[in-house]
Ligand binder design. Structure first.
Ligand SMILES: [Zn+2]
Length: 385
């Protein structure tokens, strides 16, 4: 499909969280010919600058050598479009850049990222999305609620950028202290004040979580206020708590992100191992699972895939028919498609399966090798029916 009119130019002037990039819309875009250039590069430091230019020069040459004269001149026009964006110095907080462009479609997307992608430069029938998908899997949005008996801070972490969203505090205890009550009475009042403060926090968390589309939040803080708060949260908000951990109230932003990422990593591992179990069980029962490129592709084309499982960092060489989308793994492209005699081209089969998953609204999970049940096949799928 051609890019929609309002999708032709998307240029970010400041870093954008990976989760804000509309991968699904990008996955809709494809052509019969290799007209889409995709470029990924990291941007921190002079060292990268030098490595990027060596890498890009060699890729440009390799692509040019492989193109016929007509396509070479089109490719050069596309290069002209992106030239400025390749060499422009990074803006504040920008650690990487992703560019998709096609001169013949008048299509140009530039994303500045707060995280580092690996270098890639690909000319293909569609924007090359796999590196972006991997970044998205590695940098999911989540929250950290830091709470003690008198203060609560909700921070959102998106692509390693921490942004404080809510801040509540109370000084009730200090006011009460001046009254000159007995210690017992003061302690009771203090307990009551803490409970009412935490109830207020609990109400607030519910609203905050409702507004933010994070996958959950880490409940953190010193002492036992966090556990008291946990008990006050409604069940559906409790279900969004990824972990309860000890943390000092005056932790730095960097340390907060680091501690949060460690929890997320654990959560990822348990989700991977759960999916791996589901997959194995489905295979054993001969149920709702597909494995191997051929079966997974067929299931994706029929819209039957609920979750596509991809072995992390895997790629499978193969070819695709640019007319009927016939996809074959581990084979060199024949001159003509064996189904429709259409033109063929070399592809990364994993990228094609990922795009199919995006177009059919399937979930995608990148699996660590240790949790992937069948590392020979690289892909598997849990099916809807
Ligand atoms: Zn074909």
């Amino acid at each position: 499909m051609k890019p929609k009119q309002d999708q032709l130019n998307v240029i970010y002037e400041s870093p954008v969280p990976v989760s804000d990039i509309d991968i699904r819309a990008l996955a809709e875009i494809y052509d019969e010919k290799d007209i889409y250039l995709s470029i990924y590069f990291p941007l921190s430091g002079r060292e990268n600058e030098h490595l990027n230019s060596i890498f890009l020069d060699s890729r440009i040459k390799a692509i040019e050598d492989a193109l016929s004269p007509v396509f070479r001149s089109q490719f050069e026009k596309t290069l002209e479009m992106v030239q400025d964006y390749i060499y422009e110095a990074p803006v504040s907080g920008e650690k990487g850049r992703v560019i998709f462009a096609s001169a013949s479609e008048g299509f140009l997307h530039v994303y500045r990222l707060p995280v580092e992608p690996e270098q890639a430069m690909v000319l293909d029938t569609s924007p090359f999305l796999l590196p972006l998908a991997r970044l998205r899997a590695d940098y999911q949005d989540y929250g950290v609620l830091l709470v003690d008996s008198r203060e609560a801070k909700f921070t959102c972490i998106r692509s390693d950028i921490a942004e404080e969203k809510e801040h509540l505090s109370t000084d009730l205890m200090n006011k009460h202290k001046k009254g000159g009550w007995s210690q017992a009475r003061f302690n009771n009042l203090r307990k009551g004040a803490i409970k009412s403060f935490l109830s207020e926090v609990a109400d607030n968390v519910q609203d905050t979580c409702g507004q933010l589309k994070t996958q959950g939040f880490v409940l953190a803080g010193p002492g036992n206020a966090k556990q008291q708060l946990m008990d006050l949260l409604p069940k559906d908000v409790q279900d969004n708590v990824l972990a309860v951990i000890d943390m000092s109230m005056d932790i730095s932003r960097d340390e907060l992100v680091e501690a949060g990422n460690a929890v997320l990593h654990q959560t990822d591992i348990s989700r991977s191992s759960q999916l791996a179990d589901d997959f194995k069980n489905a295979l054993l029962k001969g149920g709702l699972a597909a494995y191997g490129v051929e079966d997974v592709r067929a299931a994706l084309e029929q819209g039957r895939v609920n979750t596509l499982l991809i072995l992390k960092d895997s790629s499978v060489p193969g070819w695709i028919c640019e007319r009927c989308q016939n996809l074959q793994a581990n084979a060199l492209p024949p001159k003509e498609c064996d189904r429709c005699n259409g033109p063929t081209s070399v592809v990364d089969v994993v990228e094609e399966l990922y795009e199919l998953a995006q177009r059919t609204a399937a979930e995608v999970e990148f699996m660590e090798k240790d949790y992937f049940p069948d590392s020979d096949n690289m892909v598997g799928a849990l099916l809807r029916y």
